[in-house]
Design a protein around this ligand. Structure first.
Ligand code: SF4
Length: 250
C-alpha cells in the first residue's frame, strides 16, 4: 500500500446523496480495495496516483480536521455530515492517522449531526465519542453473508462476522445502527437477514450497479447469475420480506 500525506483546502462537501447534507472524506483512495467500488473515478483527482490501481494507494489529508473546524466556525447554522462517501473512514490508515476521530471531535464540538458508513470494526475505537453524541447513526456495509465472496470482492476489508459483532456492540452501547446491504453480492438472503435483523435498527438495500466492472470476475467465480436483474429482484424480495419494516430500498 502506497500511503502519501497531503493537505486539503476543503473538508465539508455538499452532497447529492438523498438525505445527506454534507460529506467528509479524510482520505483519497481506499485500502479496502473493493472490486466493485463506485469511487474508482476518484483516482483522477489524485496528484500522485493517477496511474495506480484502486486499493493500492491512499492519500491522507493530514490537515482535514483543522480545515473542518474553520469551516464549522464560519457556518451560521448546524447541519449533518456523513463520513464518508468516496472512501472508508475507518480504512486501515485511520488506525495510525486518526483523522476520522478528529473530525468527529470537531463535529461534536460544533453540535453537528453525524452519519457514519464503514466496513470496519475500527469504528468501535471511537465509541467513547459516539456514545456522547445526541445525533449519530453508524452503518456497516454488509453486502453478503458469505466470507468467501467477501474475500474475492473486498480483499482489503474486514470479515463479515466482525461487522455483525460491531453492529451488536454499537447497539448495546445505545448508538443508532443500520446495515447497508449494497451492492447485493452473491448471498444467502435468508441467512443475511437473520444476521442483521437483531443488530441493525434499519437496513438499506441496493442493487449491484456498475456491473460491467465486475462481470469478468463474477463469471470467473461462477457467479454470473448475480449480474442479472432477476437475481437483484429476487434477492431484494426475500430481504424485504424477512426484514419487514426495518428495510428500505435505495
Ligand atoms: S470500502 Fe467503499 S470506498 Fe473503499 S473500496 Fe470499498 S466500496 Fe470503495
Amino acid at each position: 500500500m502506497d500511503v502519501q500525506e497531503i493537505t486539503t483546502r476543503t473538508a465539508l462537501v455538499r452532497s447529492r446523496i438523498p438525505g445527506v447534507e454534507f460529506v467528509i472524506n479524510p482520505y483519497l483512495g481506499c485500502g479496502h480495495g473493493c472490486r466493485y467500488c463506485y469511487a474508482v473515478f476518484m483516482t483522477k483527482y489524485s496528484r500522485h496516483h493517477v496511474r495506480s490501481a484502486w486499493g493500492q494507494f491512499v492519500e491522507v489529508k493530514t490537515n482535514i480536521a483543522a480545515v473542518l473546524r474553520d469551516e464549522l466556525r464560519r457556518k451560521r447554522k448546524t447541519g449533518t455530515a456523513m463520513l464518508s462517501s468516496v472512501c472508508d473512514p475507518y480504512q486501515p490508515a485511520e488506525r495510525r492517522y486518526k483523522l476520522t476521530r478528529r473530525c468527529l471531535e470537531a463535529l461534536r464540538d460544533f453540535n453537528w449531526g453525524i452519519e457514519i458508513l464503514t466496513r470496519s470494526p475500527l469504528v468501535l475505537r471511537d465509541l467513547d465519542i459516539l456514545k456522547t453524541l445526541p445525533r449519530v447513526s453508524v452503518g456497516l456495509t454488509i453486502p453478503t453473508d458469505d466470507d468467501r465472496v467477501r474475500r474475492v470482492t473486498e480483499p482489503g476489508a474486514p470479515p463479515i462476522g466482525s461487522r455483525i459483532v460491531t453492529l451488536r456492540r454499537l447497539k448495546e452501547a445505545g448508538v443508532a445502527t443500520w446495515a447497508f446491504i449494497g451492492p447485493m453480492l452473491p448471498m444467502n438472503p435468508e441467512r443475511l437477514a437473520e444476521l442483521v435483523a437483531p443488530v441493525a435498527d434499519e437496513v438499506m438495500i441496493d442493487a449491484l450497479n456498475y456491473r460491467g466492472q465486475v462481470a469478468g470476475l463474477f463469471r470467473q467465480q461462477g457467479w454470473a447469475y448475480a449480474l442479472t436483474n432477476e437475481y437483484a429482484q429476487r434477492t431484494r424480495r426475500v430481504l424485504m420480506g424477512r426484514l419487514g419494516r426495518k428495510a428500505s430500498s435505495v
